[in-house]
Design a protein around this ligand. Structure first.
Ligand SMILES: Nc1ncnc2c1ncn2[C@@H]1O[C@H](COP(=O)(O)OP(=O)(O)O)[C@@H](O)[C@H]1O
Ligand SMILES: [Mg+2]
Length: 148
């Protein structure tokens, strides 16, 4: 019985590539993640929170980084989203986390992004959130959402 449970515990995992600067596909990864979770019958609030943190991470990679990967891992009681990019990094994380702070240029703002609410909303909707960044190298985010 223990062996069977351990086998069933292998997490579901998928990785999605995100291309920096390509706004025509911006949102496609978070939409895919959302539909996977819906198909798996997770509660609506869990789907919404996970979709939101995925979407904001994806838009940030498209807006600021060269390229990145968003990894979805579903454990038995939590959903984990990791967003790892190669890009300029974030020099002042505390500042970047503040509501309304944005370095988005006019091109990004004209498309409706750059309100400066992404990172603080990610933190707010995650049950666990961690951000590490190295200037000139890239940024890594880890978000965990409880499923019940
Ligand atoms: N992946 C990233 N790489 C580099 N800089 C980032 C990244 N994500 C966020 N930032 C920086 O943090 C700021 C705040 O991000 P966010 O809260 O999502 O707001 P917005 O994207 O609307 O500016 C951005 O304007 C940008 O300067
Ligand atoms: Mg953002």
């Amino acid at each position: 019985m223990m062996t069977l449970e351990a086998t069933e515990d292998i997490p579901y995992q998928r990785s999605f590539y995100v291309e920096g600067g390509n706004f025509s596909y911006a949102g496609i990864v978070s939409t895919s993640i959302k539909s996977i979770l819906k198909q798996m019958d997770f509660p609506n609030d869990v789907v919404r929170k996970t979709a939101l943190v995925s979407y904001e991470s994806e838009i940030n990679i498209v807006s600021y980084a060269r390229k990145g990967v968003i990894k979805l891992t579903i454990f038995s009681d939590v959903i984990q989203i990791e967003a790892v990019d190669e890009g300029p990094g974030i020099p002042n994380i505390e500042l970047a986390m503040q509501e309304g702070y944005s370095t988005a240029d006019n091109k990004i703002r004209e498309m409706g992004f750059g309100a400066g609410m992404g990172l603080c909303n990610i933190k707010h909707y995650s049950d666990y959130f961690d951000l590490t960044s190295e200037v000139g190298k890239g940024t890594s985010l880890k978000m965990v959402i409880r499923t019940h």
